[in-house]
Structures are given as structure tokens and as C-alpha cells.
Design a protein around this ligand. Structure first.
Ligand SMILES: [Zn+2]
Length: 98
């Protein structure tokens, strides 16, 4: 019983050391401005993606461009993804189409 406890304690310490090591690694990684810039760019892309998704959800009620008129037509738009362009469908009104 005592032996099992000693082993688990050592494992506990090892886990703690590993956790600290990972934390330090991430701290150094974030300290690199290049990495930070990449993370920031990723955040902006995510934001843009969510905007399109939101517009698609709301698209059933209002035009995605003017957000006032009723949508009459579904049109194809291209959004950028990490794998290149992707076609999405959005709803828009006749006024914004002209
Ligand atoms: Zn419109």
C-alpha cells in the first residue's frame, strides 16, 4: 500500500513538472511576435467566418447587404478559408442586386 502511494506521488510530481514545462513552452511561444501575429490573423479569419455564418442564419429574414429589405434571391459569394476559396450562399434583395 505504501509502495503504491509512493509511486503515485512520484507520478504526480512528474505530471506537475511536465505541466510546468508545457506552460513555459507556451509562454515562450507567445512571446514570439511572429507567432502572436499568426494567432491574431487566425482570430480575424474566424471573426470573418462567423460574420458570414451569422448573415446566413439571418438571411432568411433580411437582405445580407442592406439588412432592411426582404430577401428575394439567393446568390453565391466566395469566402477565403485556409484551404482557399469557398462558395457560400447568401440571401439578398432586388435593390442590392441592381
Ligand atoms: Zn438589400
Amino acid at each position: 500500500m505504501r509502495q503504491a502511494r509512493a509511486v503515485s506521488l512520484r507520478e504526480e510530481r512528474q505530471r506537475e513538472a511536465l505541466r510546468r514545462e508545457k506552460r513555459e513552452y507556451m509562454r515562450r511561444w507567445r512571446a514570439n511576435p511572429e507567432n502572436r501575429a499568426r494567432m491574431m490573423a487566425m482570430g480575424h479569419r474566424q471573426c470573418a467566418k462567423r460574420k458570414v455564418e451569422r448573415s446566413q442564419e439571418a438571411g432568411a429574414k433580411v437582405c445580407v447587404f442592406c439588412r432592411t429589405h426582404a430577401p428575394v434571391k439567393r446568390i453565391e459569394r466566395l469566402i477565403t478559408t485556409s484551404a482557399g476559396f469557398k462558395a457560400v450562399y447568401v440571401m439578398c434583395c432586388a435593390d442590392c442586386l441592381a
